[in-house]
Ligand binder design. Structure first.
Ligand code: TYD
Length: 141
C-alpha cells in the first residue's frame, strides 16, 4: 500500500480498569502540535461522506471515539484508505492532505483534535486547487 506524505497512525495511552478505560491526550506530547480546538462528528446517516477538503496550515488527529469509519487520504500524489475502529488510535494528518471520511458505523463518533481554531480561509474546498499546491510543495508537477 502506498505511503501518504507524513500521515501516521499514533497509538495513544490507555489507562485500563475493570470499570472502563481512559485515554488522555496532551498537545505537544501525544500529538505533534498544541491543541487549539476539539470537535466531533456524530449522528452521521449511513452512506454519508464527510470531509472532502484539505487544509493549508491545520494539523489534526482523527480518532474513532465510538464505532468505526474509513478515512480516505490523498497527498496530491498517492491515495489510501485507513480504517479507524478503536478509541486509542489516532490518525495524524499534517497540512495539505485531502481527506474524505466515510463508511460510518451506526453510532460512530469522529473526534478531531485540531492545531488551529476554525478558519474557512484555511480550507481547500476544490480538489484541483489542492492538488496544484500539494504537488508544488512535495516536488511533483
Ligand atoms: P466542514 O469542516 O466542511 O465539515 P466536514 O469536514 O465534517 O464535512 O464544516 C461543516 C460546517 O461546519 C461548515 O459550515 C463550517 C462549520 N464548522 C464550524 O463552524 N466550526 C468548526 O470547528 C468546524 C469543524 C466546522
Amino acid at each position: 500500500m502506498s505511503t501518504i506524505y507524513d500521515c501516521s497512525v499514533i497509538e495513544l495511552p490507555r489507562i485500563h480498569s475493570l470499570s472502563g478505560n481512559i485515554t488522555p491526550v496532551y498537545g505537544g506530547e501525544h500529538v505533534p502540535f498544541d491543541i487549539a480546538r476539539v470537535y466531533y462528528l456524530y449522528d452521521v446517516p449511513g452512506g454519508e461522506t464527510r470531509g472532502g477538503h484539505a487544509h493549508k496550515n491545520l494539523q489534526q488527529l482523527i480518532v474513532a471515539a465510538s464505532g468505526s469509519f474509513d478515512v480516505l487520504l490523498d497527498d496530491g500524489i498517492n491515495r489510501k484508505v485507513v480504517n479507524l475502529n478503536r478509541p486509542y488510535y489516532g490518525l495524524y494528518l499534517p497540512r495539505l492532505i485531502w481527506r474524505e471520511i466515510l463508511n460510518f458505523s451506526s453510532g460512530g463518533i469522529c473526534l478531531v483534535l485540531a492545531s488551529e481554531v476554525y478558519d474557512e480561509a484555511d480550507y481547500y474546498r476544490t480538489y484541483d486547487e489542492f492538488v496544484r499546491d500539494a504537488r508544488a510543495l512535495r516536488g511533483k508537477v
